[in-house]
Write a new protein. Sequence first.
Lengths: 296, 473
Amino acid sequence: MNTPVISWQNLQKSFGAKEVLRGIHLDLESGTVLGLLGANGSGKTTLIKCALGLLRPTAGSVSVFGENSWDLSASAKARLGYVSQEVTSYPWMRVRQVIAYTAAFYPKWNQVFVDELSRRWHLPLEDRVGTLSTGQLQTVGIVLALGHEPELLVLDEPVASLDPSARRQFLRTLLEMLDGRERTVLFSTHITSDLERVAGRVAILADGKLRFHGELDELKDRVKRLRITSRHDLPASFAVPGALRCEVAGANATVSVADFNEKLVHDMRQTWDAEVSVHDLNLEEIFVEMHDGSVC
Amino acid sequence: MGPFASQLEQVALTYLTRRWLIFGMVAPFVGVALFMVLATLENSSKLAGSAARSLAVPLFVVIPLLVLHAKIQFAHSRAKLVPNFAAAHLAIVALVAFCSLVVYPVAIAFATGLDPLGAMAYALAISLPAMWGCQFNRGPLFVVSFLLMLSVMGEWTLNWWFMPEPADRLSHLLIVAVGWIGIAAWLRRLEQLGEESDDYEVPPILKSERPSRAENVATSNFAAKQFSRNRLLSGTSDWWLAQIRPAPVHPDWRSGRRNGRRLLAYGLSGQPAWMSALILGIVMLLVALVMSQLTFLGGPSTRRAGVPLMYVLLFVPGLAPLTQLVQHRPRLPGMLLFPMTRNDLIDGLLVTIARGVALNWLALILVFAFIVTVFPEEQVALTTAAVFLLLSAALTVVSFGLGVQFATWEGAIKRTLAFAGCFGLLFAPSMAWWKERQLIGDVPFVLLAIFLAAIGAWIIARARQKWLSLELG
């Protein structure tokens, strides 16, 4: 069995008395694109930073390429790339200088690829980094993270400050990089449509716990919205097992369920003497249902 | 309570709820009061002189803290967007300035029999350049303040400031008037502070505990502008960064480590360490020459030229890791992911900074040697010179260690105050050697140097461990 590229084992992380991550078990296998979703403050960035050795787990462990993430070797680091939410760079350097500086650390650096990316994103190579806009700085951060063509790419809200054209360019580049190559990507973003384009698997964090982890298609198969129309007004005791959200108005109810199956529909028809229609949800709707639901 | 009084109360809370700020603003005054009590107990006839010589010390802490706090408040969009923001904030700033520059010197003057107007003039004269220097992040203005502070070393100037002839009163009055015009102009400057202003940026060493994205952007813009504006700096930086060479294609662990550590110097500064040392050496040479030639202090003297050099000798080594590591802190998460181990990164940074400190130390020692040679007040024996080098090197090690240790702290004001306090303590052995070496002899200072070097090595080892276990994310 292959060693997972990243393995979180019973990870707990607290900042003082505040518990941010509570016993996370998660393996990221080689060649997987894992989308990480969660509300603000759910612990996504902390999960990522623990994996990169930027934060130390309070309990449990994280390994990357089989090494303890806190003490990663130089060779392990040469195989990973990271784009953070907020790129910080060397303000006094020109863009071309910061590229040369970063390149000099890596034994394998694809300058042709970097030149191509710089051209695509119209990077102002002669400008000093300190004068760049937030979006330009973010694109510089992306180019720097991709220049050594890492086996593992960790993206923490990489496109939040990019314009639509640059965001599209980024996704195109990412898909090109993934095409036919054994790369592993951990991609945290609130833009769920981006995730749907690139991610095969999804992990959803809520209140520091892993709420779901699995194939994106499996998630979509499991989370459904049901519209129930009964012949009589639905009673106050109306309830659906495994419901994420429930709205009842007279004889009608809209229910989102986390564990959909045909038996559930059949049982509801029988119990409430009702018509039940089943509706698919996209990833954004699933996210909203999971986080904003009023359970019945 | 009316709306303005309520606003004043809220603004005052921004000072009172930052405990290190309030400590920094109050403790120096308490320190001077205690010092004066001790001086009175020891010899009351010397009280006036002691008070005059120590009057400036709290102001060198309080005024930069005041400017810092005011800048943090005004270098922000809320200063322009929140209605009636300026009036209440400026009122509190003016009140603190009034207490520090009028109430304090006048109270000291009345308590010790000094001239109140002269004391006020002196306080304003030394504070105004420091205030504007802090506002615009200009070091030379601090040097002006520093030189004015040292002016009380001479008997004649001491009397001119604090026991003036009637004819001097007009000059003092003029200084006070100019001083308050300067403060009024500073308050106006704060109110007009805009994002495009050169002084919009808050120095990273004094920044709030957790800088916002806006603060980081302002810092970044400031650094870039410094290089864009100055052709010499820009040219030097381009030349320096052109020296970066690609990594070895097939590195073994040793060449990979060497490559990584070598590169860290480019990421720490926009210019090579030897150039910073050269600039420091030239500046201090000029300061020492000016000091030595101030004939109204009593003719050319190595002694007067040496004291500021000794100050700087101690100040620079500790300040270098403190400022460089603090400024570099936001970039460290990114650097930690470069292909090098955590140990290699931290050791590489410390070695790179230490190399710069050693060059600065060497530059200052050469200036010292030059001054001693040009203005020989006494025959300096080889052993005396050796003891000085030993003591200075040991103090440099301690100062460096403290800088590395304090840079791990998050609180900017706590960091600054701790460093300032230790700087005062470290100055004592130097000053003791400077004044008492002929009386005490070399041996105690050699032993002291060995002890200090051991302490310094211990502090560095502890600070290194702290950095290794620090969460950089």
